[in-house]
Design a protein around this ligand. Sequence first.
Ligand code: HSE
Length: 307
Amino acid sequence: MEEIRVFCPATIANISCGFDVLGLALDAVGDEMVVRKCKENTIKITKLEGQDLPKQTLQNVAGVAGLALLEKADYKGGFEIEIYKKIKAGSGIGSSAASSAGAVWAMNQLLGKPFATIDLVKFAMEGERLASGVAHADNVAPALFGGFTLVRSYSPLDIIRIDAPTALFATVIHPQIEIKTSDSRKILKTKISLEDGIKQWGNVGGLIAGLYTNDYDLIGRSLIDHIVEPIRSILIPGFDEVKANANAAGALGCGISGSGPSIFALSKGKETAEKVAISMDSVYQNIGISHDIHISKINVEGIKILA
Ligand code: HSE
């Protein structure tokens, strides 16, 4: 195989209680990429449509992630990459992760899959390092593994993939303001109290248990963030109202998607997810902020080949 076209899903990181460790992959929104082999032993971004992002290899997350793979691959050639962005940069649904993960996943396919998925996560994390200054894995891991992922440990990297209960749907609203992950990380405190820690890891455990046992109520009870949301939510206009509306419309829970400004809610069933979308939409209609809304089931495959 010389060339491959792939779908690279958007992702929701943190999922309220799991800052930097939990994430899930979406189905209804994602980028497309075409990756092809070339003779020269380097990575070239030959096309980039949909967003105003740098095409120079060392300034592009797909370029940097691709170089990390190339360095470890037993391959004398290189790759050309075309990126068709559908996920807006700075939206909080893993735009940089989709490009980083998509590039290395496609390259691995073209090379006959010499690398395991965990290796691909490590390469893709280099793209995240370029994008936000921190090589966090909570977007690239669900993009590559599909479903939900838990980063149990960063050193050594240990990632657990968790199946999603089948009736779980995500609603994501993206108010059209840009928040850079690097900026929204700078405002966070670097120390937390034991009291907050106890509440937070109780919820992480509860969420994981709820996913394994298909206990939707437990999932909902666990979607609480005592640490990051109280600080970051001040950057998102209308956040408290969106959350109150989503919960009133029947969502299991609602919180900031990744570093924002997107806000996500999880619901049992598509019908409820649609009602939640309407309730969220009304807030930004009233405030007068333009926005996108996505309703999606959980993407259990992650990145996939397009015909
Ligand atoms: N865990 C990261 C953060 C995700 O919240 O900064 C960024 O998408």
